[in-house]
Ligand binder design. Structure first.
Ligand code: FE2
Length: 240
């Protein structure tokens, strides 16, 4: 597998990171009374432990240059010390707080079956399958969007970035703008951060590791789609 084929295999997975129910979340069609399910599952399935997931790639990586990138990502996620000012998992909780939800529920969330399967898949792929697979799953898949291609191709549709006041949680659910600190922090570093995540993978994953890395991304995508099906159902949405 050449570098270009590898890049294309990874991008193809990312392009498919779209779920039928997402437009219902961004257009206010999910009842506010059920929205907490989505936020709780996201938090428990990966947001809370995201710094640890980055750490799993870090500890398995023999390449100092890559480790430095991962260490910077881990440090920012765990402390907010470079940009956000606060740990990202903590900033995430500003969403439910701002929406008036009971944040105590976030302390022990019971994962939906699809969420449990997604988390098991993430664990299986990040704990002992080597840094390349761990970094792909965490820094490309989990942190990435279906719009990754636009990082390389100016003709590809870019990630939509509505003004903060038009953020779906603000626009449809009345979230105060100051509760969007995490969104702001992510936007501030997004472009550069995404590109360096890709550069690490494309420059350092060995040719022999590439096919298994793309396979792991496909496996993650399948588990993610099932997870989002379960969240959609729990939020009262029916697949068209
Ligand atoms: Fe983050």
């Amino acid at each position: 597998m050449t570098r270009d084929e590898f890049k294309d295999g990874l991008l193809q997975v990312m392009t498919q990171k779209e779920h039928w129910a997402w437009p219902a979340f961004t257009s206010g069609k999910v009842e506010k009374a059920r929205l907490h399910v989505h936020l709780e599952q996201e938090y428990a399935v990966f947001v809370r432990d995201f710094p640890v997931l980055v750490g799993r790639a870090f500890v398995q990586c023999p390449i100092p240059e890559v480790r430095r990138e991962l260490a910077e990502n881990l440090y920012e996620e765990e402390t907010g010390g470079l940009h956000a000012g606060k740990p990202h998992p903590e900033l995430f909780l500003e969403y439910p707080k701002g929406l008036g939800f009971d944040v105590r529920r976030f302390a022990d969330v019971i994962l939906l079956p699809g969420a449990k399967h997604y988390r098991d898949t993430i664990d299986a792929l990040t704990i002992s399958r080597g840094w390349a697979i761990a970094a792909a799953v965490v820094t490309l898949f989990i942190e990435g969007t279906p719009h990754e291609r636009s990082l390389f191709d100016p003709k590809a549709p870019p990630r939509p970035e509505p003004a903060l006041g038009d953020h779906p949680l603000a626009k449809h659910y009345g979230l105060p703008l100051e509760s969007l600190a995490l969104t702001k922090a992510h936007r501030g570093v997004e472009g550069e951060h995404r590109l360096s995540a890709w550069k690490v993978m494309l420059d350092h994953v060995l040719e022999v590791e590439r096919p298994a890395t793309v396979d792991a991304m496909q496996q993650t995508l399948r588990a993610w789609l099932r997870y989002r099906d379960d969240v959609a159902e729990a939020c009262g949405l029916v697949k068209p």
